[in-house]
Design a protein around this ligand. Sequence first.
Ligand SMILES: C[S@@+](CC[C@H](N)C(=O)[O-])C[C@H]1O[C@@H](n2cnc3c(N)ncnc32)[C@H](O)[C@@H]1O
Length: 353
Amino acid sequence: MAKKKRDEVEAEPQVLNHGNGGSHETKKKKKNKTRDKEQKKVFVDDDDISRPTVSIALPGSIIDNTQSFELATRLAGQIARAATIFRIDEVVVFDNQSESSNVIAEDACDENESGTAFLIRILKYLETPQYLRKALFPKHNSLRFVGLLPPLDAPHHLRKHEWAPYREGVTLALQPPTSATTLVDVGLSKNVVIDEAVEPGRRVTVAMGTNRQLDDEAHEVVSWWKPREEAGMYWGYKVRYAPNISSVLKQCPYKGGYDYLIGTSEHGHIVKSSELELPSFRHLLIAFGGLAGLEECIEEDKNLKGKDPREVFSTYLNICPHQGSRTIRTEEALFISLQYFQEPIDRVLNSSK
Ligand SMILES: C[S@@+](CC[C@H](N)C(=O)[O-])C[C@H]1O[C@@H](n2cnc3c(N)ncnc32)[C@H](O)[C@@H]1O
């Protein structure tokens, strides 16, 4: 986004929260602290997943190069659409800081919201089912054009009349305070009860069972991965911030880390998609660069300085040889690459079944 345009935004102090739980969660943290201690831990470790995952990483700087807020929003929307169309599990948005720090977590003033913070906010907003957005996302200037974007229409973006084995919901209130149950808005005509005490404002995945009457029978809260693992449903992506490319690789949220790293560049090897043999992986990461490519990201990163991209990534690929334009933009490369990788990834996933 051009700086001139960003300065027009009104200030609305707010902490950017990187979980999918919404930023007002942070404001309520203190208040709920004592009660939290009394509540039993209900959430399964969301990142302890047994099925293979695919993550993408891209720099937030691509937003800084756009000419207006509308164009920046549209670009963020395209990234969200690409991630959803290709069933991506995790989107990592990184900065080009030379040393690792998590400065963006303190990015309290949206007047100066960086391209990275803006992109993270919009990616999270779009991934959240429409009926939960009001509860999880306070009004924010960066969100003022999101209404123009085409919806993701992901399987967890269910309409009021649709029934599915799982639904995303937001916790409302303990019910009653003495009992260990909580009311949850799952976007149906009636709220449901879950059999856990959870503070209000948390996003949860609820197993809906088979009883469509929505009586007071308590429902189970499950891991966000469960719909994928049990029902093979695509259930959206998580969004993560990384201060630089080395942190993208090192701060992997999954047990054991990423075990195969793909870098993309016009300077990479040329291999036909049908001939690309990926090894069996648990957690695959595909990285994209910004205006000056991944080479610059590596060069600017103190932890990787002087390294060749071929040392950093398991493989470094040119997915669009003989390009007619001098440059393929990151958002274009995203669509081209994810289509290119679809078959090789499927071959690995099908062979490990
Ligand atoms: C504007 S380009 C950067 C140009 C740079 N010379 C490069 O390294 O490809 C932005 C990003 O799009 C992706 N990209 C562009 N052309 C590509 C190609 N032919 N093959 C694979 N990825 C490409 C890369 O991730 C690159 O970092």
